[in-house]
Design a protein around this ligand. Structure first.
Ligand SMILES: [Mn+2]
Length: 377
């Protein structure tokens, strides 16, 4: 027998996530809309590629925050897929709890939710078998006890899994599993979810973590999207074609900016101008000001914020600048700072490699206390 099917694999969409970190209701609303627009791109990809399946490996929505209207919108998206079967497992943010929308809502007939009690979906006509390991509760410190998969090597066998793969933790509340245990299931493709960075963990063995199609925070930099997968099986041997499709609306980017020597707001803004803002205009940016500034000069965060608000979707500012102390000049003074510097410099001369950085830090912090009246650790 020969079977050939195609699917779009995604995970961790987190519909209606609160995005409280953005600091304004307007921006968090906009980001919730972004999640929907990115999901609509997944639906468009399924339609344009005429995929047989849409596979969603958990955390489709946030149970605690999702609204009824979002669920209706979601189901309308699934209805648009007509001939495509949608296979879903609940994740740790949308677990199969008693009041889950997966239980109570009347989903479109092409939607199949795989649960601990009913983990299988067999699509006989296509020779495809799905088996899902998801979440019944918000935390699961060990894998749920469930019926093992019924793998028939003639068919195409696909596992959906949401949880932590191969982490060194001895205990993880999120379905801990190691790669060998997973591979022992004997599947042809492992559609993983939970880690928000994309990872084609073992493409050669068909193990792929989709990542979140839209990044959700600064800890999720880089490209985000979904996978377009074609699986072909003939006489028990599998051929896989696995391709990443980038879909995200925005990037989270950290931009370190050395503003050493800037003595005015104008100079600081000139340094900010150097970035390619046209390329970054839809992005969420974190600017880290570094370097040393002349004594008495401080980063003008308000002006920088005003500048950045016009240049990108949202910016966070972090001031890591240090005052540039003229040690030679200050040491010549006959005051407490002068005495302190001379004492520390004498000690530094005699210090070994281990002690030196400690003394240098002590000198810096001591001068902060004496000259600026504040110490930031
Ligand atoms: Mn997630």
């Amino acid at each position: 027998m020969k079977y050939k099917v195609s699917l779009v694999h995604c995970a961790d969409i987190h519909l209606d996530a609160p995005f409280t970190g953005l600091g304004s209701a307007h921006l968090s609303n906009r980001r919730r809309r972004d999640l929907k627009e990115t999901f609509e791109k997944i639906i468009s990809a399924v339609i344009s590629k005429n995929a047989d399946y849409l596979v969603i490996s958990g955390d489709l929505y946030e149970h605690q925050y999702v609204s009824g209207s979002t669920i209706h919108w979601l189901n309308d998206q699934f209805k648009m897929l007509e001939g495509t079967q949608v296979i879903i497992i609940p994740g740790n943010h949308d677990p199969y709890v008693a009041n889950s929308w997966y239980r109570s809502f009347s989903w479109s007939s092409n939607v199949h939710i795989l649960t601990t009690a009913c983990p299988e979906y067999l699509h006989e006509a296509n020779g495809v078998y799905f088996y899902g390991i998801g979440f019944d509760t918000f935390r699961q410190e060990s894998l749920p006890v469930m019926k093992p998969p019924s793998v028939n090597p003639e068919r195409i066998n696909i596992a959906l899994f949401h949880g932590t793969l191969d982490l060194a933790f001895t205990q993880s509340p999120y379905n801990p599993i190691d790669l060998n245990t997973l591979l022992d299931l004997g599947m042809d493709y492992y559609a993983l979810g939970h880690f928000h960075g994309k990872k084609d963990i073992h493409q050669a063995k068909g193990v792929v973590n989709a990542g979140s199609p839209e990044p959700l925070g600064f800890d999720e930099p880089g490209e985000h999207g979904a996978y377009w997968v074609t699986l072909e099986k003939e006489n028990g041997s599998i051929l896989r074609d696995i391709q990443f499709i980038q879909l995200q609306k925005r990037f989270y980017r950290e931009l370190p900016l050395d503003i050493s020597g800037c003595s005015s707001q104008v100079q600081m803004l000139q340094r900010l101008e150097q970035f390619d803002w046209e390329r970054l205009k839809e992005d969420i940016i974190r600017v880290q000001f570094t370097g040393s500034l002349p004594l008495g000069v401080q980063v003008d965060l308000a002006s920088a914020r005003e500048f950045l608000e016009r240049k990108c979707f949202h910016a966070e500012l972090i001031d890591l600048t240090r005052p540039a102390y003229d040690l030679e000049l200050l040491a010549a003074d006959n005051n407490i700072a002068g005495v302190f510097i001379r004492t520390m410099q004498e000690r530094l001369m005699k210090a070994d490699d281990e002690e030196k950085p400690v003394l240098e830090k002590a000198l810096e912090l001591g001068l902060d206390a004496l000259l600026r009246g504040q110490v930031e650790l």
